[in-house]
Design a binder for this molecule. Structure first.
Ligand code: PLP
Length: 371
């Protein structure tokens, strides 16, 4: 493995210091939860090694209400979705192995295969194609040597979604090859119009990955999971997990279990606030003429860009935005894209901070116009 730190981590708000930012529109999760508000008494918890697969109650909560024939043994609890993605990539890929991965993407989905030395074929998701997965393009990229196809839905950084019909078609394409489908559905519970089934419930050639970080605002308890019906793969993933962590944190797993058991007490307010923030962003997008976007269908982020005829100095724009307006967004280079794009996270800030941040984007853009 050849590890390289990613710009999205080096320049992340938690590394820069939250105190330098007033309007934080760079986050990819809902507002962080305050522990006190969960009202949990965990004084009796034994701080032992936990179940290697993950707290059984938590695994049951993860599957509660889901369609399909998934069982507790199909779920492996991991330290966030990030470690699930790491486990899948390092278990299935070796240097030189081929994979197809959508681009842009959440950085780890690309960086871990890169660190392994895998041979990456990018499936472009373009503004011009409404940031959709092009099925014909996907078919062209898969060869008999493809080991993994890696997609994210709802997508980070664009918030676009794949329809259920297309997901089923993609699974057929993958099943006709020698590959597995890695489906990063970390934002699945925050879908606006329709929610896809857990992709792993549709085929034993699919591995679903998700977590509590984004939709529920719980990134600090590093709880995620991967799901597959494929017993051989699940054994392999458990071996990887045991070699990295032995088991997860019993404290984190207990919090996650109790949270999910009471999700109906917490989630309606989160969803209401999220949809209001989405409407604020949409209204703003429609009433200014510097930026354009593809409207997201889920998640908490979108990936707008400066309109073509707006000639500006991008270095100056991001500097003024932060220094003068204390506003932060995720520049395109976090996703190996041009800095004309930026990721705008509308779910994390308060509604007031969001409004101020959106206004600041226009002001910083005007201040960085090229004469
Ligand atoms: C699509 C996607 N997958 C996975 C992750 C990893 O999140 P976590 O490890 O906190 O679950 C992120 C974080 O930004 C993400 O956006």
């Amino acid at each position: 493995m050849k590890y390289v730190r990613m710009p999205i981590e080096i320049e992340s708000p938690e590394q820069m210091g939250y105190s330098t930012i007033k309007n934080n529109l760079s986050e990819s999760s809902y507002t962080d939860t305050i522990f006190k508000n969960l009202n949990l008494n965990m004084n009796e918890l034994v701080i032992c090694y936990g179940d290697h697969v993950g707290h059984p109650g938590l695994r049951a909560e993860i599957l509660k209400g889901e369609s399909g024939n998934l069982g507790l043994d199909d779920v492996l609890v991991t330290a966030g979705a990030a470690s699930a993605l790491f486990i899948v990539s390092t278990s299935l890929l070796e240097a030189g192995d081929e994979l197809v991965v959508a681009k842009p993407n959440y950085a780890t989905n690309i960086e871990t295969p890169k660190a392994i030395g895998a041979s990456i074929k990018y499936l472009p998701m373009t503004f011009e194609n409404n940031f959709q997965v092009d099925l014909n393009e996907l078919k062209k990229l898969i060869t008999p040597k493809t080991k993994l196809v890696s997609l994210t839905c709802p997508h980070n950084p664009t918030g676009t979604m794949i329809s259920e019909a297309d997901l089923k078609e993609i699974i057929k394409i993958v099943e006709a090859s020698n590959a597995f489908l890695l489906f990063d559905e970390t934002y699945r519970d925050m879908s606006f119009k329709f929610k896809l089934p857990i992709a792993a419930s549709l085929s034993d050639r699919v591995i679903s990955v998700s977590s509590l970080s984004k939709t529920y605002g719980l990134p600090g308890i590093r709880i995620g999971w991967l799901i597959t019906q494929n017993k051989k793969l699940q054994d392999l993933f458990l071996a990887a997990k045991e070699q990295i962590f032995i088991c997860g944190s019993v404290v984190d797993e207990e919090i996650a279990y109790r949270y999910l058991a009471r999700r109906n007490d917490y989630f309606p307010a989160i969803k209401k606030d999220m949809l209001e923030k989405f409407e604020i962003t949409k209204k703003w997008m429609n009433q200014q003429n510097i930026f354009e976007w593809i409207e997201p269908s889920g998640g908490v982020v979108c990936f707008p860009r400066f309109k073509k005829d707006f000639h500006f100095d991008s270095e100056k724009f991001y500097r003024i935005l932060l220094e003068d307006y204390k506003t932060y967004v995720g520049p395109g280079h976090w996703f190996e894209e041009s800095d004309r794009h930026f990721r705008l996270g509308f779910g994390w800030p308060t509604q007031n901070e969001l409004l101020n941040g959106l206004k600041a984007l226009e002001q910083a853009a005007q201040a960085s116009l090229k004469s």
